[in-house]
Ligand binder design. Sequence first.
Ligand SMILES: Cc1cc2nc3c(=O)[nH]c(=O)nc-3n(C[C@H](O)[C@H](O)[C@H](O)COP(=O)(O)OP(=O)(O)OC[C@H]3O[C@@H](n4cnc5c(N)ncnc54)[C@H](O)[C@@H]3O)c2cc1C
Length: 381
Amino acid sequence: MAGDGQGVTSIILRTGLMLPRRFLSTTTTGSSKITAATRNAALRTMRSKYLLAGLVVWTGIGTYYLFPPSKNPYYSILTGISSGDGTPATLVPSKWSPVSVMASEETSKDTRLLTLSIPRHLIPSSSSTQPIWSIYIKDDDIQVERPYTPLEGIDKDGKIKLWVKKYPKGEVGRWLHSKKPGECIEIRGPLQTWLHEDHYSEWDEIIMISGGTGITPFYQLLHEELIKPKLPGGRNPALSNTRFTLLHASRSAEDLPPSALLGPLISIAQNDPSRLRVKLFVDEKDSSTDAPYYLNVGRIDSKAVEDVLEIKQPTIWDRLSWRNFDPKGIAGEGRKVLFLVCGPDPMISAVAGPRGRNYSQGPVGGILGQLGFGSEQVRKL
Ligand SMILES: Cc1cc2nc3c(=O)[nH]c(=O)nc-3n(C[C@H](O)[C@H](O)[C@H](O)COP(=O)(O)OP(=O)(O)OC[C@H]3O[C@@H](n4cnc5c(N)ncnc54)[C@H](O)[C@@H]3O)c2cc1C
């Protein structure tokens, strides 16, 4: 018995299980004695503790397999990553995230409207997608990336729309045009194209001059400010009173942005010219197509800019009595005017002077330079 008792005691010591003091009796001889009753009670307790420990271990293993970290709704909140493989919790500029192509619609011989779908858990916060922002898309075949502009931001379901042009020898544009619905591509972002310190509400007038797919950043801004508030469930009307003017040029009527983009802009311009003016230019008018009446034929020149600035041309009388003549138009009425220019490099050079080294702004030249506008009022996107 004593041996048994010692055996139990040694098991208790080896396993580290602690028995309550009442299970250990002491005798008058001073040596430890364990009665049959107390030994049975100790064994029962030990068995139930083993059972409990086993239950805890198996529950843990079961939980891991049923709810792995990537499926645990709190995992990304706790760790900042969405799964055990280190995928970021939301879309971030520093990592590539997989998205799927939902639709690809031809809008002209070298442009397409693409719809991408971002998994819901990757949708970034609205504070990181203030206009104007872009994403990088990676051509997986040759590992080259290019920036593109989500036209309407990201909707609540994670949809992104892009208007993408392919160039005959261009890389990423051609690759994107070849992508079919259901295929997967990789993107990273959001990246700020136009910095927040220039927030548009601080300007009375913003005049946007674009060529080709250079309209995409301006469409994003106009969508956020003028179109989105009017959509069902849209936020309250715009906080700013900024008036926007869009001067857009395409090579021909066929190359103009699709009606999905131009339609809403023209409708707002017609209904509320105090918020938006739109002027479209084509190099030449194709007589075979039904070109809209508001199309101007020719390049965006200094006359076109002077017109929207409402700069007065001096009359003969003004010239004779030049002291009375104030040519400055809206810019001379104490209104803050900002120019944003986006398009092919030759167009940026003609309108605002060439960019500087390494995509820096460079000094303002071209039409805007001749009209006397400086770098504080001109941004080349
Ligand atoms: C912030 C930002 C947002 C943008 N958003 C959009 C957008 O929404 N939609 C859009 O369509 N574009 C957008 N762009 C432009 C886009 O990023 C790409 O620059 C454009 O699509 C061309 O890339 P690519 O790889 O197709 O062509 P690239 O390979 O870069 O080629 C560009 C030009 O070089 C010519 N070229 C290429 N290889 C040769 C060669 N071997 N010999 C001679 N010529 C050659 C091409 O013909 C073409 O004219 C954006 C750019 C920026 C900076």
